[in-house]
Design a protein around this ligand. Structure first.
Ligand SMILES: Cc1ncc(COP(=O)(O)O)c(C=O)c1O
Length: 358
């Protein structure tokens, strides 16, 4: 039976498998910051609530200017979306009836948004290091290439030098590069491609506010690109696309430097602890730079059994059945707070002890 394509919304997994939902469920399949939104969001909530009586700014102010300032770019180069997901949905028509390269395994929305526009998708498979020559060969014949950096679900960060090389090559062949930096906040802005954008009118960087700031429920994302591309995306986005609470909270979030530093350090610590735990049980763990990791059991044939057994214990991992190149033989775990990580390790240890011969 096909499992749902997305992480989060854990109850769908139980429904699809016809399993009853345990009293306590920890959803490791979603990967927003486990520390929750910055404290000011709750403290100022009654102030934000007053915003609902007015129409929001059609361009997404005050977030538009805050994001432009944060990245040191003109506002004309930024477009605000109802989550990064809306940016992808509005971008896809640019490539109607054209050829686009997707580097798998990756975020399912690229393909989902391109398919209705009859886009021919050329797949490159890279569970770790990018096959650079293969990518460059494809770029030559493509209208666009989508790259997720760091990648979801592997957590792998393609080195910036390789991205610059691809962007340069793509520029020569008039190929657009869509760089999804939704999880880059968990690394370091120094790793972002944004400072290079001025030399690359063919590159579009997509960012999300929902991961780092743990606000997926209010939807906020944005893209940075040339003025021409920004206007083109805007022409397909509905008026008042981003709501006033999201754009006001989002603008305030960008001021939270200490919060970001804490979140980055926390994600690193949890990731390292979980990696060490899994490696002690001889699991293969892909090198991740962000707030989730991807691992495989020593015997991948047991993956389904392992997944379902953990579901019974209230631990929802992200299966990888719909991720090309991973094919259900890997799992993604989003980092949570320490007690939840300990609970997961306890339940996994029990299963490993019973099912893995050491
Ligand atoms: C890699 C990646 N990009 C973009 C998104 C969408 O983010 P948003 O919540 O801003 O729509 C997700 C959501 O899971 C994602 O995993």
């Amino acid at each position: 039976m096909a499992l749902p394509n997305h992480g989060a919304n854990a109850h769908h997994v139980y429904e699809q498998l016809g399993m009853s939902i345990p009293e306590t469920v920890f959803d490791y399949s979603e990967n927003v910051n486990p520390l929750g939104p910055p404290t000011f969001v709750h403290e100022k909530w009654s102030t934000y609530a007053k915003l609902i009586t007015k129409y929001p700014d059609p361009l997404g102010e005050p977030f538009l200017s805050a994001a432009a300032k944060f990245h040191g770019v003109p506002v004309e180069n930024v477009i605000v979306g109802n989550g990064a997901a809306e940016i992808f949905a509005s971008l896809a028509k640019r490539y109607e009836n054209k050829r686009v390269v997707l580097v798998h395994p990756t975020f399912s929305e690229y393909e989902a948004t391109l398919t209705p526009y009859n886009v021919y998708i050329k797949e490159v498979i890279a569970t770790g290091k990018l096959p650079l020559d293969e990518v460059l060969d494809e770029v030559e014949f493509a209208e666009a290439i989508y790259i997720c950096r760091p990648n979801n679900p592997t957590g792998y960060l393609i080195p910036l030098e390789e991205i610059i090389q691809i962007a340069n090559y793509a520029k020569t062949y008039k190929c657009e590069v869509i760089l999804d930096e939704a999880f880059l906040d968990f690394i370091d802005e120094k790793e972002s491609f944004i400072p290079y954008l001025k030399d690359f009118p063919n590159v579009i960087v997509v960012r999300s506010m929902t991961k780092m700031y743990a606000i997926p429920g209010i939807r906020l994302g944005y893209a940075l690109a040339s003025k021409t591309i920004v206007s083109d995306i805007r022409s397909r986005i509905s008026h008042w696309n981003s709501n006033a609470i999201a754009t006001t909270v989002g603008a305030d979030c960008l001021l939270e430097e200490d919060y970001r530093i804490t979140a980055i350090a926390f994600a690193k610590e949890m990731r390292e602890q979980m990696t060490a735990f899994l490696e002690r049980w001889n699991c293969i763990v892909l090198p991740s730079q962000t707030n989730f990791i991807c691992f495989q059991l020593p015997d991948p044939a047991l993956s389904k059994e392992f997944f379902e057994s953990l579901l019974h214990k209230g631990c929802v991992l992200r299966h990888t059945e719909n991720f090309k190149g991973l094919n259900g033989k890997w799992f993604r775990v989003g980092m949570k707070e320490e007690p939840q990580m300990k609970y997961l390790q306890k339940e996994m240890s029990a299963w490993f002890e019973e099912n893995l011969s050491s």
